[in-house]
Design a protein around this ligand. Sequence first.
Ligand code: MIC
Ligand code: SF4
Length: 643
Amino acid sequence: MGMTLAQKILKAHLVCGNMTAGEEIGIRIDQTLTQDATGTMAYLEFEAMGVPRVKTERSVAYIDHNTLQNGFENADDHRFIGSVCKKHGIYFSRPGNGICHQVHLERFGIPGKTLIGSDSHTPTGGGIGMIAIGAGGMDVAVAMGGGTYYITCPKIVKVELTGKLSPWVAAKDVILEVLRRLSVKGGVGKIIEYSGEGVKTLSVPERATITNMGAELGATTSIFPSDEVTRQFLKAQCREEDYTPLSADPDAVYDEVVEINLSDLAPLAACPHSPDNVKSIEELSGMKIDQVCIGSCTNSSLLDMLKVAYILKGKTVHPDVSLSIAPGSKQVLNMLAQDGALSEMIDAGARILESACGPCIGMGQSPNSGGISLRTFNRNFEGRSGTKDGQIYLVSPEVAAVSALTGVMTDPRSLGEMPEFKLPEIFTINDNMVVPPVPAEDMDSVEVLRGPNIKPFPVSDAMADEIDARCSLKVGDNITTDHIMPAGAKILPLRSNIPKISEYCFAVCDEKFHDRALELKKSIIVGGSNYGQGSSREHAALAPLYLGVKAVIVKSFARIHMANLINAGILPLTFVNESDYDKIDQMDELKITNLKDAVENSEELTVTDVTKGFDFKVKLDFSKRQREMLIAGGLLNYTKENA
Ligand code: MIC
Ligand code: SF4
């Protein structure tokens, strides 16, 4: 039986387990990436493991999230990461060099290799045929130390692309269409593999837009074949030697098939407050807007920017609209300058931002109260923009640019004929903002620079045999990590300081949660389905750990967050009967006994709601390794015990 492309790469990296969907497999990791907002924790954890030099083929640390240096904290974190990298064998991409996923695609990604990154949009690398997966910082630390990375062997969904995008319809519309059909839960436990005749009509940056936002499906990752288009891209990046042709076998068997005719697609938007709340621009057209933000790891490539510049050329941004543009990397920004396209953007009135995440993670550019903001980003969760009642619509750069001129949601097809936008034969290459590490023999000469913002991270104790604790919080469905541990300009500088950042834990849902949890000393959180969707931030597990959360009982979990809870030593449990969720109230006393034996040996355990006087069953949906990890009190304890 033939294999899919994802299966081929996974098999070539298989360390343990059987390639059967649903079973745990361990894979060897060739490359890692971190960004600064999750990176400080990842490197503190790496240091705690005591491995002198990284054992991967390539590990890169990027500074792109916390570049708003409003106080010493972020700058101190950058220095810490830079010095750890120098010492331990990691390449350091300095602030200003660009967004991790954009730069990694341009300069480091290699078809057929495995990459894990402490950022949920790491699947961007699937645009050049990598198995690229978002993970918690601790998993990345272990992989840097040469450890195996474990995932549930995913089902493979084929998205068969036919036809060709019509003028002014974009790659963003392809992924929005996939989200419309599959929803934010539709990709859980799956890899989305693109194939079909339509693939070759899409450039690498377009493919990367699609795999990037596959994160919003909850998918393990997404991948495109590596073909002639990939070779051309790598050649233009002066890396043709990194090219290998890769595709699925013609007789590969898929678990699901989705068919999309690119020619049928029209411009789309994800409406507030979920990436799968998709409507056509036609339906929304004429809606008055206040702000437009172009950039982020989804849509900040040179190709995107050239289209934007073309639309803006010789025009002026509507008087009621603020337009900001953040090109994704130094390479993109530099080439826009060389081409004159940057001048066209500036001339039209765009506010040019540095090449970083910026508004996407609430680092500035929050919209006005109740403001309608069109963004080329990937997430529009409530409050993420920094304005609680901001109304965020996720759109293509084409829709964003034309609407910035008209002041209302506008279909870019109204622009008429579209010129052909082509990638350059050769990109401008200058890796001078990537600092290489010192040779291994010189590592002792490097001092790791720790500012006062860097506090030790909490480590769980070995598992107790009984939990008798109150439900400190009850929440509903689709709780995101932006609810659990919000980001933004005020909170992100505290990413290296868990005691301090935990003051904001769940503040979006309930401002009193922090104080209540601390007062209770130990507690349990109850939630609905798809709990923990979104970011890979392990702070969404470490802050609850610090606040004494021992278990989380929900209808279902998002993949990365569940792994982060286990890594932190917090018990993630799922209801056997979802209707039991309705019977529990916040502050109920919940009791679990004989816990260790159950975690070691059982598929289910009984929880008693002492307050209401009833028992309910929860699932222990863990691999053997995860059970051992939970009993040890998390990944770090487990790794030490097994060293
Ligand atoms: C995000 O888009 O939410 C982030 C910020 O990039 C996160 C990582 C983080 O929280 O630091 C992600 O997607 O993993
Ligand atoms: Fe940065 Fe936004 Fe991409 Fe996250 S989604 S990596 S915050 S640009």
